[in-house]
Design a protein around this ligand. Structure first.
Ligand code: SF4
Length: 279
C-alpha cells in the first residue's frame, strides 16, 4: 500500500494554528463540543475535560492527566479488540482525560483522532487538499495495485459500505474522480476525510475480488462463490443464536460488518429485486 506524500500543510506552523483554532472553538462553547465521539469541555481552571460523549453525565470515571494516556484509551474497543480505524464509532467509555492546557488537548486529540485537528482547521479555512479515489489508486503498488481496476460502481458501493456514519464518523470529502462525485450521504461529523484511508483501500481490494468473481464464477441462480459463503456463514451462526461481527479490518471474513453492508447493497437486489435498498 502506498504512503501519502508529506504535505506542507502538516508543518509546525499549521500544527500550532490548528491547536489554537481548536482550543478557541472549544472555549466559545459553554456546553462543550463533540468531536467524533469525544465531548470536550472547559474545566474552569484553564484546562479541558475530555470524555466519551455518552458519559456526559457520568460521575465516576477513570481519570487520566497525561495526554499520552489517550493512546491506550483509543487502542481497543469495549470488547478488547484492536481499533484499526480511530474514526469508527467504537471508542470505549468509562474514562476522563483532564488536560491542563491547549497543548495537552492537542496531544490527546491526536491520539484519539490522528491528524483530525489539522484537517478540521484546514477544511474550515478552505485549504484542505482532497485526493480522489482514482488519484489514490494510481499511487498504489504490490497487492493493492489491483484497486485501480475497481469499477466506478464498485467504488460507490465500497464507500457506502465502508464510510457512512454507521461505521466511520468522518465526513467523506473525496470523490471517485474529478467528474464522478460519491453519490451518498457524506456524514455529519466535524472530522473531514480528504483521501481514501488504508482501511478503505484494503476494503476496495476485497470488493475488486468480488467484482472479478461476479464476472466469471456465477452459478445458475446468479450467486458468486463468496456470496454463497457469506450466506452460509450467516445462516449457520444465526441458527446457533451467536451472530458476531468479525474484526473490523478482516474483510476476508464473511461476517465482517463492512462486507455485510456491501452485501446488503449488492446481494439483496439479486435475492429480492422488488425491495432493493437505496444505499
Ligand atoms: S476513507 Fe472512509 S472509512 Fe476511511 S477515514 Fe475516510 S470516511 Fe472513514
Amino acid at each position: 500500500m502506498s504512503k501519502a506524500p508529506a504535505k506542507p500543510s502538516t508543518n509546525q506552523s499549521v500544527a500550532t494554528a490548528s491547536r489554537e483554532a481548536f482550543a478557541a472553538w472549544i472555549d466559545e462553547a459553554p456546553e462543550g463540543r463533540v468531536f467524533g465521539q469525544v465531548l470536550i469541555r472547559r474545566d474552569g481552571e484553564g484546562g479541558y475535560s475530555l470524555r466519551h460523549r455518552d458519559d456526559a453525565g457520568v460521575v465516576e470515571l477513570d481519570v487520566h492527566e497525561e495526554p499520552r494516556e489517550a493512546r491506550e484509551i483509543s487502542k481497543l474497543t469495549e470488547r478488547g479488540e484492536y481499533r484499526p480505524l480511530k474514526s469508527s464509532p467504537n471508542l470505549r467509555r468509562g474514562w476522563e482525560l483532564r488536560m491542563k492546557d491547549a497543548h495537552g488537548l492537542a496531544v490527546a486529540m491526536n491520539y484519539l483522532y490522528p491528524a483530525a485537528q489539522v484537517h478540521w482547521h484546514l477544511y474550515r479555512e478552505g485549504r484542505l487538499e482532497v485526493t480522489s479515489y482514482r488519484e489514490n489508486a494510481a499511487r498504489q503498488s504490490g497487492i493493492y495495485k489491483r484497486i485501480q481496476r475497481l469499477s466506478d460502481e464498485g467504488v460507490q458501493n465500497a464507500a457506502r459500505a465502508c464510510c457512512k456514519d454507521a461505521v466511520c464518523l468522518k465526513k467523506t470529502l473525496w470523490d471517485v474522480d474529478e467528474e464522478t462525485p460519491l453519490a451518498m450521504d457524506r456524514g455529519d461529523g466535524e472530522i473531514p476525510c480528504p483521501e481514501p484511508c488504508s482501511v478503505f483501500v484494503s476494503f476496495a481490494r476485497r470488493v475488486r475480488l468480488f467484482e472479478r468473481e461476479d464476472r466469471r464464477d456465477l452459478d445458475e441462480i446468479g450467486l458468486s462463490p463468496s456470496e454463497k459463503e457469506d450466506l452460509a456463514a450467516l445462516v449457520e451462526t444465526a441458527s446457533a443464536g451467536k451472530v458476531e461481527y468479525a474484526r473490523e479490518a478482516e474483510f476476508e471474513e464473511p461476517l465482517n460488518e463492512r462486507r455485510l453492508r456491501y452485501r446488503r447493497l449488492t446481494l439483496l437486489p439479486k435475492l429480492r429485486p422488488a425491495k432493493s435498498p437505496k444505499d
